[in-house]
Structure formats: structure tokens, C-alpha cells
Design a protein around this ligand. Structure first.
Ligand SMILES: [Zn+2]
Length: 108
């Protein structure tokens, strides 16, 4: 049911849809930066952090989850999705677990 995705990554390099090739190190750095950005944006907008799924805003650690997993983005040659803020969601641990189960074969 899942469309077959041809791996386009070679060694430690991944392709972006604009034809750029980036290294694993670059991806990691950009993902870290994007997550920080998403969290900072939410703090600026709301004044606090909350889970974007259930709305909980305290008592539980919040994670940054990818809608399209980093793995999938890399495999499909759209590595830039790994660090696209609109592809990153802030979730509490509970929602993140549920979310990851729906996305078998994700980055972790
Ligand atoms: Zn939640």
C-alpha cells in the first residue's frame, strides 16, 4: 500500500528536491536548528509551550515530531523537509508515541 520509494541517497549524502546534495552532518545541524525555531516561534506566539495535538502545557516533556519522517524525506529525495518548520510538530511524549506508531519506519 505504501508507494515504493527508490533510495536516492548515496553514502552519507542526501538529495533535496531542488537538486542539492547535503551531508548527514548538515541535515543534523539543520534539523536541530529547525526544532529550536519551531519551539521559539510557539513561545513567541503563545507565551508558553503546548502539545499541538492534545493541548497539554505542563507536567510532561514536549518533543518535536516530524510529519514526514527524516528517513522518508531523505529516501524520497526531499531532504529539505527534515528542517521545514511546517513539517515539525510539537507533541507531548504521549502523543508522540501514538504518532510514531502511525508512522512505522520513521527516523528512530
Ligand atoms: Zn499531547
Amino acid at each position: 500500500m505504501k508507494p515504493k520509494i527508490k533510495p536516492v541517497s548515496k553514502g552519507n549524502h542526501y538529495h533535496c528536491s531542488d537538486g542539492r546534495t547535503v551531508s548527514k552532518t548538515y541535515v543534523n545541524r539543520m534539523v536541530t536548528k529547525a526544532k529550536r525555531q519551531v519551539l521559539a516561534d510557539q513561545l513567541e506566539t503563545l507565551g508558553y509551550h503546548k502539545c499541538q495535538e492534545c493541548g497539554i502545557n505542563g507536567g510532561t516533556p514536549l518533543d518535536c515530531a516530524h510529519t514526514v519522517s527524516v528517513d522518508e524525506a531523505q529516501k524520497s529525495g526531499r531532504t529539505e523537509l527534515s528542517w521545514a518548520p511546517q513539517n515539525i510538530k510539537i507533541l507531548c511524549r504521549h502523543c508522540h508515541n501514538i504518532y510514531d506508531k502511525r508512522n512505522i519506519g520513521g527516523a528512530r
